[in-house]
Ligand binder design. Structure first.
Ligand SMILES: *Cc1c(COP(=O)(O)O)cnc(C)c1O
Length: 876
């Protein structure tokens, strides 16, 4: 029977336990272990059947059960205590309030297309979303005044299962927002607050706004599934990364432009301060800058409208853009005509469509004039930009160098801040107890992690075994469930009860399955892998998981190859593939693995965070030197899989790198885990593994575990990451933005006029001639040269430019390496815009030496020399 109408009945909690509702609705429970434990213990059985979701749990309790809880004095006391703790957490000053001065922004808007906060709010597909979730949680813990903006997808991302023959199956369970930990934003009269964007053909895209409370951070999620919309518009927020490119473009217009409008509504309704800094996490939300320009060009009230250039200068000053994609194919691009089509409908009445189109234009060698590139727009709309690991910063600088022609790659203004992970979300509570000082120590985060050095080997080893065993039990359950879905009967599944072994070296590998991550590299030589798994002395077991994008046949084939290998009765007790990798699985998987494997095609992994989650649980990394591992591997905290970058074909690379991986496991990882000769004994006492005394532990292994926890813990923590964002990007962006907006945007206006003047004059700027005094027949270290540059500035003044001499060692092709720069001063006005600049340089190294001169625009509001992408080199 089908209901003709539906509504959601809210549980009414008795007075004595009313705060349970608050505790369930604030997502802080998902990283506050005592609160999560309270919900678990209210009704462990119900907790399991609602998959660990407090809102659903409360909804599933009967009136009798609720009465029982309300009459249990101990539970009532705990509820009150935790509620009081939450109130303190939400209001007391944290790191930001204690350490930041008046230059710190009053609010920072953080935009992302996905958020992975808890499995109870499945609005993420992988690393990008998990990172965004960790960013918000950390901001909450540290008191950083972030407000998140995103979309609420009706089905989130898909759930993965397997067919009998190992082919990925996708389902999209539809979520009911009324059953999610969300609150609808309402106007004073109770009607839902709305944003509305005009669409072509007189249509509109409207959305309501849900708020999730991530500790003290509000997260606003736009939802187009409302009756005011036509069916097509209702479905815009149907799925994460769903639909064709028109669909995707509308999602991104809603996220960026609708998101800014949602922020305004949120401020109006709650009095929250307007953001002073806007952080665009990956290109998807890039249209947020266009909406802000529109606001400035057609302001409400009596502010004077700005020109395009002025508004762009002001918006750029307060915008931070983070790129996450070293794979060019991973960048979002639309047809230029498609973008034009949507903007022509009047999305931004005050902004010329041509100006919007120019922001996304690929105006560099190799660019496609028909495309609109979201990352390129992101870079043009943000005065500050970053990649997500040191290596990724370098890769991004060379990937986008074409936007800064004439500059060397290291001058491309994209810095890097290495990602981190939210420790309270990802560390096992037992490891937390063992390894981390509970009290927050703002001044020396590293000190918090030194505690592990005092933990005896036996205790650490016992903890690691306990975590491994818990994973083994979880794997058996999941594997059984998966096989049942694949059509097996209980009678066939007896073998799953002894899959994996809590005393065997356990290697984990879980991630999305794009080709570059090479899920199946381990299968390169199946016989050798089998020997490793089945080694009678030093067996190894592997737990593998990962989702392929639904449209990626290649990824699905890789999963199938792997599943087929794991189905083999000869090895199936030592290698498993677990379907539906998600946050819930990850939280058991990371702590339970001894080793975390990662073998991307270098340098295509931007950062990677799963290995960090393993590390904070005492897992050792076995990884290609890519992403974060490239900067944090130190020889003691794991192993580096050597790469054959650059040289060979992909096929040859796979051969070489797989062989290196096997060799590392056989000769280094397994011997150390089982205790090499010097340690005397293996850790396990079992019939099929050489007997070892009960107390034998692999001391060297544990030394690596300790070193990993103590030294990587503070570095991979998202507290370190967020501190970097605040200090290196948010505060400077706030300072620039306040300057730009002061006096009704006077600085932005003057700056924009200056930029126009410099851009107009630049084609005429020329270095006419350079000479040097003091060059001897046989130059020596310490010699001083007097450099003079004769520069034609046209209508510009000497103070509009910086003239630099770059000098250093030269290669055979006259390229200057290890370059230093010295500034030359204007010393003589030669008339008609010609000026002599001069100054000394000192020869500071032996060998081939060379110098050159360049002219750059100079203005105090530029964030760096390459910002305007204008330079005149002497040789031009
Ligand atoms: C950490 C995590 C990821 C991201 O891992 P990468 O190392 O970036 O591939 C993806 N999915 C889940 C469920 C995670 O917990």
């Amino acid at each position: 029977m089908k209901a003709i109408r539906r509504f959601t009945v809210r549980t009414v909690l008795p007075e004595s336990i009313a705060p349970l509702g608050r505790l369930a609705r604030n997502l802080r429970w998902s990283w506050h272990e005592p609160t999560e434990r309270l919900f678990t213990e209210l009704n462990p059985h119900a907790w399991e059947s609602v998959h660990g979701d407090p809102v659903k749990l409360l909804g599933s309790l009967t009136r009798e059960e609720i009465q029982q809880i309300a009459q249990d004095p101990q539970l009532v006391a705990r509820v009150r205590e935790l509620d009081a703790d939450l109130q303190t957490y939400l209001t007391e000053p944290h790191w930001y309030q204690r350490t930041q001065g008046p230059d710190a922004p009053a609010a920072i808007a953080y935009f992302s297309a996905e958020y992975g906060i808890t499995s109870a709010l499945p609005q993420y597909s992988g690393g990008l979303g998990i990172l965004a979730g960790d960013h918000l949680k950390t901001a909450s813990d540290m008191g950083v005044p972030v407000v998140g903006v995103g979309l609420l997808y009706q089905a989130g991302y898909f759930k993965q299962s397997l067919s009998r023959d190992g082919w990925q199956q996708e389902t999209y369970p539809v979520l009911d927002p009324d059953e999610l930990p969300l609150t609808l934003l309402r106007e004073a009269d109770g009607t839902p607050a709305r944003v509305s964007l005009p669409l072509p053909d007189g249509r509109s895209l409207r959305a309501q706004i849900w708020r999730a409370d991530v500790g003290r951070v509000p997260l606003l999620l736009l939802d187009s599934n409302i009756p005011d919309n036509d069916d097509a518009a209702r479905n815009i927020t149907d799925r994460l990364y769903g639909g064709g490119s028109d669909h995707r473009l509308q999602q991104e217009l809603l996220l960026g432009m609708g998101g800014v409008r949602a922020l305004r509504i949120h401020s109006r309704l709650t009095g929250a301060p307007a953001p002073e800094v806007y952080h665009c996490n990956e290109g998807h939300a890039g249209f947020l800058g266009i909406e802000r320009i529109q606001e400035l060009m057609d302001p409400a009230g009596d502010a004077a409208p700005m020109t395009w250039g002025e508004a762009l200068a002001e918006v750029r000053a307060g915008t931070v853009f983070t790129t996450h994609t070293p794979v060019p194919a991973g960048i979002d691009r639309f047809e230029r005509a498609q973008v034009e089509h949507f903007f022509a409908a009047g999305l931004t009445p005050a902004v010329a469509v041509g100006n919007v189109l120019d922001l996304g234009a690929e105006t560099y060698p190799g660019g496609d004039p028909g495309k609109f590139n979201m990352a390129v727009m992101g870079l043009r709309l943000a005065q500050r930009a970053n990649g997500v690991a040191k290596l990724h910063g370098a890769v991004s600088r060379s990937m986008f160098q074409g936007l800064w022609q004439g500059f060397d790659v290291e001058e491309v203004p994209i810095t890097s801040i290495t990602n981190g992970v939210h420790v309270p979300s990802w560390i096992d509570p037992t490891v937390w107890q063992l390894a981390v000082e509970p009290q927050e120590n703002d001044l020396d985060p590293a000190a918090r992690w030194r505690k592990i050095y005092e933990v005896p080997d036996a205790e650490l080893w016992a903890t690691r075994r306990m975590l491994r065993e818990r994973l083994v039990l979880d794997v058996r359950e999941r594997l059984r469930a998966s096989w049942k879905k694949r059509g097996a009967t209980d009678a066939e599944l007896g073998w799953t009860e002894s899959v994996l072994d809590p005393d065997v070296l356990t290697i984990g590998f879980a991630r999305r399955v794009p080709t570059y991550k090479r899920l199946t590299l381990m299968l390169r030589d199946p016989e050798r892998l089998k020997r490793i798994l089945l080694d009678p002395q030093r067996p190894v077991q592997l737990v593998v998981a990962g989702k392929s994008h639904p449209a990626d046949e290649m990824g699905k084939r890789m999963i199938q190859d792997l599943v087929r290998f794991t189905d083999d009765p000869e090895v199936r007790h030592r290698i498993v593939f677990l379907p539906n990798y998600d946050i819930a699985m990850a939280r058991v998987l990371f702590p339970g693995c001894d080793v975390w494997l990662n073998n991307p095609l270098r340098p295509l992994e931007a950062c990677g965070t799963s290995g960090m989650k393993a590390a904070i649980n005492g897992g050792l990394n076995l990884s290609v030197l890519d992403g974060w591992w490239d900067e944090m591997y130190d020889g003691q905290n794991g192993w580096a899989i050597p790469t054959a970058d650059g040289k060979a074909s992909t096929d040859e690379r796979d051969d070489v790198e797989a062989a290196a991986l096997y060799e590392l496991i056989e000769s280094h990882v397994a011997p150390r885990f089982y205790g090499d000769g010097s340690e005397g004994a293996a850790p396990a006492a079992r019939a099929d593994i050489p007997a070892a005394p009960q107390d034998a532990v692999p001391h060297q292994w544990l030394a690596m575990v300790r070193h990993t926890l103590a030294t990587l813990g503070p570095r991979v923590s998202s507290r370190r990451m967020l501190t970097d964002y605040v200090q290196q990007l948010y505060v400077p962006a706030c300072v620039s933005s306040r300057r730009a907006t002061a006096d009704d945007g006077a600085v932005a206006r003057a700056g924009a006029q200056w930029i126009d003047r410099v851009r107009d004059a630049w084609p005429g700027v020329r270095v006419e001639h350079v000479d040097a005094q003091g060059v001897h027949q046989e130059p020596q270290i310490g010699d001083e040269l007097g450099i003079s540059a004769y520069v034609d500035l046209g209508p510009l003044q000497p103070e509009d430019v910086t003239v630099q001499v770059g000098f250093g060692r030269v290669s055979e092709s006259d390229h200057i390496h290890e370059r230093s720069y010295a500034e030359l001063q204007p010393v003589e006005d030669l008339g008609q815009g010609r000026v002599r600049f001069s100054g000394p340089i000192t020869i500071d190294r032996s060998g081939p030496f060379g110098y050159t001169v360049r002219v750059l625009p100079h203005h105090e509001d530029l964030a760096g020399p390459a910002e305007l992408a204008l330079v005149r080199n002497a040789a031009d």
